[in-house]
Design a protein around this ligand. Structure first.
Ligand SMILES: *Cc1c(COP(=O)(O)O)cnc(C)c1O
Length: 338
C-alpha cells in the first residue's frame, strides 16, 4: 500500500506510476500505450504552444463501500471531449477508446486510488494538444492524447463552507464562441479575473452573459444552481455555458430521486434576491455552497447564510455522492466499474 496521508491530501498534482499516451499521425490515432515518463517533449513551434490548440476533461475514480473502483459517467466525458475537439479542429479521440484508456490508466495506478471513507479520490485528466510545428495560423496535423491521474484530497476539509462570488468586469465567453467546450483557452483568459477576485477577497467570479450582461451564467470552472423559496432547482440556460456533467446529474437527481422540480432557464441578475440557496457544481467539489454574491457593492446574501450549507444543497450533495460511493442505487449507466 501507498504511504500517503489520504485524509490530508490537497487538490494538487502528484506524479503517479503510469500515464496513457496515444499519438495522431498521418490521419490516424495509434493504439496508445502506458508509459512511466511524466515529461512531454514537443517542438518549440508546436501548435499548442503558439495557438493554444488544446482541450481537456476531468473526472474521478472512487473506491466504493464494497471496495470496487468506479468512475462516474465517463461516457459523458468521452462525448464532451469529442465535441471540444471538433470545435477546435482537432481529430476526435474515439469515445470507446477514451473509456478503454481511462480504464487502463486507472488499473495501472490502482494503488493510488484512495481508500473508501478517506474523502479523497483519484482525479483523472484526459487532454489533447497539437504537436507539430506551425507558423501560420492553422490546425496541427499531429496530436497527442494523454491521460494522467493524481490522488486528490476532499475539496472541503471539515465540512462545506459557503463561499463569496463577485460579478467581474470581465466576460468569460462570447456568444457563438468557445464557452461551451472545455478548451484550455477559456481558462487562460480567466486567470487575470480570478487573481483580481482573490485580491479583493472573493473566492470566485460569477460571469454574466457577455451579449447583454443582464443574466448570470457560471464561474470560471463550475456551473451554478439556485434553490427557489418553493424548493425548485433552477440553473442558467445559455449556449455559452460549459455543460457540466455534475450539474446535469444533479438536475436528474433532484427531479427523479428527490421529487423536486428542476428547471433550466435564463436567470436575470435581479432574480438573485429571490433565491434561498445557491451552489457551484463540478467534478472537483461536486457542490460548493455560495453564501453571497456581490455585484459592485450590491450584495445578494442567500438566506442559507455564510455558516453552513443550505438544506436542499446538502440533500443534493448527499444523494449524488452516495451514488458515487455505491451507497445509493445509481440510475442505469451512471457507475462504470474499472
Ligand atoms: C469542467 C467545467 C465545469 C464542470 O463540469 P463537470 O463535468 O461537472 O466537472 C463547469 N464549468 C466549466 C467552465 C468547466 O470547464
Amino acid at each position: 500500500m501507498m504511504n500517503i496521508d489520504w485524509g490530508n491530501l490537497g487538490f494538487g498534482y502528484m506524479k503517479t506510476d503510469f500515464r496513457f499516451v496515444s499519438n495522431y499521425k498521418d490521419g490516424k490515432w495509434d493504439d496508445g500505450e502506458l508509459i512511466t515518463d511524466d515529461s512531454v517533449v514537443i517542438n518549440e513551434s508546436a501548435c499548442v504552444l503558439q495557438y493554444a490548440q488544446t482541450c481537456f476533461e476531468g473526472l474521478k475514480a472512487y473506491r466504493t463501500k464494497d471496495n470496487k473502483v468506479v468512475c462516474f459517467r465517463p461516457d459523458l466525458n468521452a462525448k464532451r471531449m469529442a465535441d471540444s475537439a471538433a470545435r477546435l479542429e482537432m481529430p476526435v479521440f474515439p469515445e470507446g477508446k477514451f473509456i478503454e484508456a481511462v480504464k487502463k490508466v486507472v488499473k495501472a495506478n490502482i494503488d493510488w486510488v484512495p481508500p473508501f471513507g478517506s474523502g479523497a479520490s483519484l482525479y483523472i485528466r484526459p487532454y489533447m494538444f497539437g504537436t507539430n510545428p506551425v507558423m501560420g495560423v492553422k490546425p496541427a496535423i499531429e496530436y497527442q492524447f494523454r491521460i494522467f491521474v493524481s490522488p486528490v484530497g476532499p475539496y472541503f476539509k471539515g465540512g462545506m463552507k459557503p463561499i463569496i462570488l463577485r460579478v467581474p468586469d470581465f466576460d468569460r465567453a462570447a456568444p457563438r464562441g468557445t464557452g461551451h467546450v472545455k478548451a484550455g483557452l477559456n481558462y487562460a483568459m480567466s486567470l487575470h479575473a480570478i487573481i483580481e477576485a482573490h485580491n479583493q477577497g472573493y473566492n470566485e467570479n460569477i460571469y454574466l452573459d457577455s451579449a447583454t450582461r443582464t443574466k448570470v451564467e457560471e464561474t470560471g470552472g463550475a456551473n451554478i444552481i439556485f434553490v427557489t423559496k418553493d424548493n425548485e432547482i433552477v440553473t442558467p440556460k445559455s449556449s455559452t455555458i460549459l455543460p457540466s456533467i455534475t450539474r446535469r446529474s444533479l438536475m436528474y437527481v433532484a427531479e427523479n430521486i428527490l421529487g423536486l422540480k428542476a428547471v433550466e432557464r435564463e436567470i436575470y441578475k435581479e432574480e438573485l434576491s429571490d433565491f434561498k440557496e445557491c451552489a457551484l457544481c463540478g467534478t472537483a467539489a461536486v457542490l460548493s455552497p455560495v453564501g453571497k454574491i456581490v455585484d459592485h457593492g450590491k450584495e445578494y446574501a442567500f438566506p442559507s447564510g455564510m455558516e453552513k450549507c443550505g438544506e436542499i444543497t446538502q440533500k443534493l450533495y448527499d444523494t449524488l455522492t452516495g451514488i458515487q460511493k455505491g451507497e445509493i442505487e445509481p440510475p442505469k449507466g451512471w457507475i462504470f466499474e474499472i
